[in-house]
Design a protein around this ligand. Sequence first.
Ligand SMILES: Cc1cc2nc3c(=O)[nH]c(=O)nc-3n(C[C@H](O)[C@H](O)[C@H](O)COP(=O)(O)OP(=O)(O)OC[C@H]3O[C@@H](n4cnc5c(N)ncnc54)[C@H](O)[C@@H]3O)c2cc1C
Length: 105
Amino acid sequence: MLPPAQKSELLQIVTEDRYLDRPEELTCYSYDSSLDESLPDAVFFPLSTPEVSAILKIAGKHRIPVTARGAGTSVCGAPIPVHHSIVLCFSRMNRIIEINTGIAT
Ligand SMILES: Cc1cc2nc3c(=O)[nH]c(=O)nc-3n(C[C@H](O)[C@H](O)[C@H](O)COP(=O)(O)OP(=O)(O)OC[C@H]3O[C@@H](n4cnc5c(N)ncnc54)[C@H](O)[C@@H]3O)c2cc1C
């Protein structure tokens, strides 16, 4: 659980509907396709680069570890949160901005 002051600071950036911290919600972000699991303190769903930047600045100031997550299909445990970290879940940053046909990305 994030300390209340840190939670309210972070909720200046991301609205409540893009924030999770109930245990049953956090469980969904505690594992990937490997065998390990670990609960984060909170999950945020940023929608833009400035939001990501602002969250990272606050996390850095309070020395809160941050774990990046896409869909959680990693088979090596990489998106499993470290102890007392927050998860930045990028599943809502899903707009295709540009397709580079030259290098097929
Ligand atoms: C059944 C199965 C079959 C698979 N087959 C293949 C295959 O044939 N070839 C292959 O290459 N892979 C394969 N994979 C692996 C899977 O495709 C990759 O793990 C996938 O690309 C991870 O993407 P994700 O969005 O789910 O990220 P996650 O699993 O959530 O995260 C993967 C890593 O990327 C980091 N990350 C996620 N988003 C960001 C971000 N925005 N910024 C910075 N870091 C970020 C995470 O922290 C983590 O380290 C397979 C996985 C499964 C479960």
